[in-house]
Design a protein around this ligand. Sequence first.
Ligand SMILES: C[S@@+](CC[C@H](N)C(=O)[O-])C[C@H]1O[C@@H](n2cnc3c(N)ncnc32)[C@H](O)[C@@H]1O
Length: 132
Amino acid sequence: MTAVPSEETRRSLAAQRRYDRQAALFDFWEAPMEMLAFGRLRRRLWSQVAGARILEIGVGTGKNLPYHPAAARTVAVDISPRMLRRAAARARRLGRETDLVLADAQRVPGPLNREPWRGTRLGDFPFFPWEP
Ligand SMILES: C[S@@+](CC[C@H](N)C(=O)[O-])C[C@H]1O[C@@H](n2cnc3c(N)ncnc32)[C@H](O)[C@@H]1O
């Protein structure tokens, strides 16, 4: 018997393939916008964030990591292994303690949907710990 993937699964896999393809050049392509606007917006956004624990969904290559509150512990989720690998390299360069998780955010139920997010244990939902 052949399992037919659901529409949701197909979309997730398509997103994973798309971002895996883009990962190597993602930062290069976005560099102009980063210089013109994104960098400033990231700084402004993250200056309003306080807390000891940060959960970032769709961390990409980790461009927000430098702006996370210095003392915070970050858990960062992404569906693309190649994007996550770049986020891992950035976290290492920054010397930031960051738990990187390879997962489809659409399949992370319950705890992540609570507002505000507090005290979520990754063991509460299916995930693949990332080991770069
Ligand atoms: C446009 S990039 C933005 C990356 C980063 N937040 C930034 O500001 O540069 C979107 C990211 O979300 C991730 N993503 C897309 N769908 C996802 C899903 N269902 N679960 C987890 N990550 C997902 C992609 O792999 C990609 O790295």
